[in-house]
Design a protein around this ligand. Structure first.
Ligand SMILES: [Zn+2]
Length: 100
């Protein structure tokens, strides 16, 4: 997941990353795509797109700009939260994921 939000591309033809997906869990099923751009001190999500509804206009949505340091820290915490929940086989005692 951290690799994913570090800008791992969902498709090579379209250099964008899926930020949201359909509840069926199949990658590529109704994704919300965005370009994730890194600079030394910021991360920007922009150019949102729903590939199956090309006429939908996301011009007013974003760009969302994050401080690079906070973004990297949030991804680290997300990775740890995911790892912890995967390692816990006792779901009754499972801790709630940390709010980022
Ligand atoms: Zn689906």
């Amino acid at each position: 997941m951290a690799d994913h939000l570090s800008g791992e591309l969902t498709s090579v033809a379209v250099p964008k990353t899926a930020l949201l997906a359909c509840e069926c869990g199949i990658e590529g099923c109704w994704p919300l795509l965005a370009a994730i751009t890194f600079t030394e001190d910021s991360v920007v999500w922009d150019r949102f797109e729903q590939p199956f509804r090309r006429t939908r206009d996301y011009a007013g949505f974003g760009p969302f700009r994050f401080e690079r340091e906070r973004y990297d820290r949030a991804l680290l915490e997300l990775s740890e939260a995911i790892r912890d929940s995967c390692e816990s086989h006792d779901f009754r005692d499972r801790q709630r994921p940390k709010v980022l």
